[in-house]
Design a protein around this ligand. Sequence first.
Ligand SMILES: *Cc1c(COP(=O)(O)O)cnc(C)c1O
Length: 443
Amino acid sequence: MSRAEDRTATTARPHENLLERARAVMPGGVSSPVRAFGAVQGDPPFVARGRGATVTDVNGREYLDLVGSWGPLILGHVHPEVREAVERALADGTTFGATCAAEVELAERVLERFPFADRVRFTSSGTEACMSAVRLARGATGRKRIVKFEGCYHGHFDALLVKAGSGLATFGTPSSAGVPPEFTELTDVLPLDDEQALRTLFEQRGSEIALVAIEPLPANAGLLVQRLEFLQLVRELCSAHGALLLFDEVISGFRVAPGGMTELTGITPDIVTVGKIVGGGMPVGAYMGPAALMDQVAPLGDVYQAGTLSGNPLAMAAGIATLDVLGRGDVYKRLEALGAYLEAGWASALARSGVSGSVARVGSILWLCLQEGSPPRAFSGVRPEGASLYAGLHAELMQRGVWMAPSAYEVAFVSAVHDEAGLDRAVAALGESLAAVAAGAAT
Ligand SMILES: *Cc1c(COP(=O)(O)O)cnc(C)c1O
């Protein structure tokens, strides 16, 4: 049988040998690398559907979902209002390549929550939003250099796909093959939580820096909660040297507060990027800022950026419905209460187990930090032993019906439709899993 015939045959049995077939036709069997479960034990289940706070795999196993599609699903799966909005939009067409009313409505809602900004441009992913913010900053300042922090993730485009060299202000080293060093020579990587490194870099080349990019709540290398004074110093130095400040709120925007960390810190950045929640589970990103800056983007200005599916009516409808539900009643109070509930439960499970660890949390974002002492603020403080322990722990949690991110460096998300009973299961599962891992290690 030819390969083509073979593939035709498989469509009749869509759930058989899925992993094998996925690996035959997609690199690693996935569309995004972490989904391959490479850093944990066991094979990734294939998800058939999600409802509320749970997902069900193709074999009918149900899991409590603490990944929430990596952040977007703050209202859980298939929230009735989001579903209805998307279905209504779908009936009128999926994409026009022309402006639709829903874009204006979502833009107004976004800017209401981020009042420092006058204009927003929609993209189809957080990566695109951050990439466009870098281009805009370079265009607006006429400068070339950009600064990022070790452990912060801003999407997978070349300029910011850089891990830190140790020490300060070293030239960036690309963290992916296929990124020529010349492309990242203009990127400096600094440690988080280090005022001295920041001051030194600005003293050396402050006048060359177009943009400093930071996740004000770094949540892509554990949850590295920053001191307010550190974030304030970043703002102060940017202003003093004419560099622009990007708050990457792709995770924190609309999650830790309606206006994200920008609202919580009271710091005014020059550009904010959002994504994830703003698309209500559909592919969306956006960047925003004051009119004087944003009007330098094409067609008004000479900084080019475009997208065939940007602002498409389905994604806009999902975003509008999500922000509207979030804007009603006490959703953020509920998210805080649920987050605190899970934090307390997990912390006591850890304490009872005798395994070193703590729980870092801001609102509904939690990180199980499997190491001694309090959770670190800088990436250098994240210890690798935690990751090897997590690899086994993750498999035990999955067996007990709790779906956690397949990486020790990823956070857990609680949604507004989780409840105490479900979180009790997550706490019991952690207790049992810690015991199972400890028993395994002892034998
Ligand atoms: C997820 C994420 C991105 C990238 O968004 P994509 O939609 O995956 O391209 C950028 N910045 C942060 C902080 C993120 O968490």
